[in-house]
Design a protein around this ligand. Structure first.
Ligand SMILES: *[C@@H]1O[C@H](CO)[C@@H](O)[C@H](O)[C@H]1NC(C)=O
Ligand SMILES: *[C@@H]1O[C@H](CO)[C@@H](O)[C@H](O)[C@H]1NC(C)=O
Ligand SMILES: *[C@@H]1O[C@H](CO)[C@@H](O)[C@H](O)[C@H]1NC(C)=O
Ligand SMILES: *[C@@H]1O[C@H](CO)[C@@H](O)[C@H](O)[C@H]1NC(C)=O
Length: 305
């Protein structure tokens, strides 16, 4: 991997500003179109460079994307973008083109893979095509949780945001149910219809390019899920039990990175609003069919209620 990236780096340095088709007779492997279609990588004197991501965490919102990227960053061969870039879903960003996207990437050593996460990508129907156009071989990570739990987290986040801004908010029951029926007009519900969004992705990417992380398992017991992620990304196995410790007060795992301990932000473990059991039952029942469709689509099941 390091050798390939070095070749790409050299190619980028040597290639003319307007990339032509790679020269065929040099005997060196040609770079993927993703890198020849922008104006190359930016090298810094300290040996790092910005590169387009080889990995994108595409979602889902409130699925545990922050935990996933933090845990992935424990690996020495991964460089993660700090912020959610929103390149492929926000027109104002997308119009700036790949050079802008590249400029948002972290400085990485040539042996590192770059990853960014923008949870809104998963549910935005125009994004799969755009990412495919940049790099059809990119590796995608999708982290999902029980769709009902996810809806409640989604509501909770919006609720707290509005509370902070002293804005009006609707009680959860009134957004979830309208006239006695589950309210399909509620966007947070739609985001949990995983099969609807997955279908869009599978039009552009084979299932083998999309690894699904079980977000409920990642929180309960992170190591086995992270081992699977390492294997999918073909990273040398590095993340180990010593990278995690259980914080009894918080009730979930925190990270240990070169002796530095850190827990995820407190909002990540925020309590959900109380929802009447009858409405919970309605939701579980509502998601039964969509979940089944999703399991069929991806050829595996999840332990969702
Ligand atoms: C290398 O330089 C970049 C750009 O100034 C900086 O952001 C990065 O932290 C540096 N990395 C190391 C390892 O020195
Ligand atoms: C390359 O990209 C940078 C932005 O990262 C831009 O400023 C520069 O003009 C581009 N160069 C060419 C030759 O397109
Ligand atoms: C859910 O969202 C998708 C993608 O944005 C859209 O195509 C679909 O019509 C929505 N479904 C409902 C029931 O609102
Ligand atoms: C455990 O969590 C509590 C509550 O958030 C926090 O105050 C404490 O610093 C954490 N301890 C460790 C060792 O991470």
């Amino acid at each position: 991997m390091a050798a390939l990236l070095l070749v790409l780096l050299l190619f980028a340095v040597q290639s003319p500003p307007v990339p032509s088709r790679p020269v065929a007779d040099t005997g060196t492997p040609s770079p993927p179109p993703s890198l020849s279609s922008d104006n190359g990588t930016t090298t810094h004197p300290n040996g790092t460079l910005q590169q387009l991501p080889q990995i994108i965490i595409i979602g889902v919102r409130k699925g545990g994307t922050r935990a996933l990227i933090e845990m992935l960053s424990l690996h020495s061969e991964v460089a993660a973008a700090q912020n959610e870039v929103h390149f492929f879903d926000w027109e104002s960003h997308f119009q700036k083109g790949l050079p802008w996207y590249l400029s948002q990437m972290p400085y990485a050593f040539p042996n590192q893979l770059t990853v960014e996460k923008t949870p809104a990508y998963f549910t935005s129907s125009k994004v799969p095509k755009r990412i495919h156009h940049m790099n059809p071989d990119i590796k995608l990570l999708l982290i999902l949780r029980d769709p009902t739990e996810r809806v409640l987290s989604d509501y909770t986040q919006i609720f707290y945001n509005r509370l902070q801004k002293h804005k009006h908010y609707q009680p959860i029951e009134s957004v979830l149910v309208k006239d006695g029926e589950v309210n399909l007009g509620y966007k947070a519900l739609n985001r949990s219809l995983y099969y609807v969004h997955m279908q869009n992705w599978l039009q552009y990417f084979p299932l083998e390019s999309i690894h699904i992380v079980d977000g409920d398992e990642l929180i309960r017991d992170p190591l086995p899920e992270m081992k699977k992620v390492e294997r999918f990304l073909k990273l040398e196995p590095q993340i180990s039990a010593s990278n995690f410790y259980f914080n009894k007060t918080k009730g979930f795992y925190c990270l240990r990175d070169h002796g530095r301990e850190r827990c995820l932000h407190d909002s990540k473990g925020r309590a959900h609003p109380h929802v009447a059991p009858v409405i919970m039952q309605k939701l579980y029942k509502f998601f039964h069919e969509p979940n089944k469709k999703f399991f069929e689509l991806v050829g595996r099941t999840f332990n969702w209620k």
